[in-house]
Design a protein around this ligand. Structure first.
Ligand code: SF4
Ligand code: SF4
Length: 125
């Protein structure tokens, strides 16, 4: 697994703790045509809390936040509003974004009163 990509952070962020990947369950859907209200596979449930670490949702992104830690005043609004817990904080300031999980919703940039985060169209490789 490659190391997490970070936005234009001038200060390197501390490495995030990662857990070993578990094999994903495979559901037998060969007879899905016969399914009805009596039968539901648990595909839409969350059997284990905290499993978002296994799903790198950053690939869904169209726009990417660019964070300038020099402009950050440490209000933490981006941290509290980010639905993906992707704002990386060090010493009371936002310093980077976890791009393995950030979906590019733009909430952080919208909420930031200091103009420290701007959204850019992401160039995909
Ligand atoms: S763009 Fe959305 S998901 Fe990404 S860091 Fe900002 S608030 Fe979080
Ligand atoms: S919302 Fe802006 S000023 Fe507040 S912590 Fe986040 S980046 Fe810093």
């Amino acid at each position: 697994m490659s190391a997490p990509k970070k936005t234009a952070a001038k200060k390197p962020a501390a490495p995030r703790k990662t857990r070993a990947r578990k094999p994903r369950p495979k559901w037998d859907v060969s007879d899905i045509e016969s399914w009805g209200p009596e039968r539901h596979e648990p595909g839409a449930t969350i059997p284990e809390a905290g499993n978002s670490v296994y799903n790198e949702t950053g690939g869904w992104r169209t726009f990417v936040p660019e964070l300038d830690p020099e402009k950050c005043d440490g209000c933490m609004l981006c941290y509290f509003y980010c639905p993906d817990a992707s704002i990386i904080v060090e010493d009371g300031k936002a310093v980077a974004v976890d791009l393995e999980h950030c979906k590019g919703c733009g909430i952080c940039a919208h909420e930031c009163p200091a103009g420290a985060i701007v959204m850019r169209l992401e160039e995909k490789e």
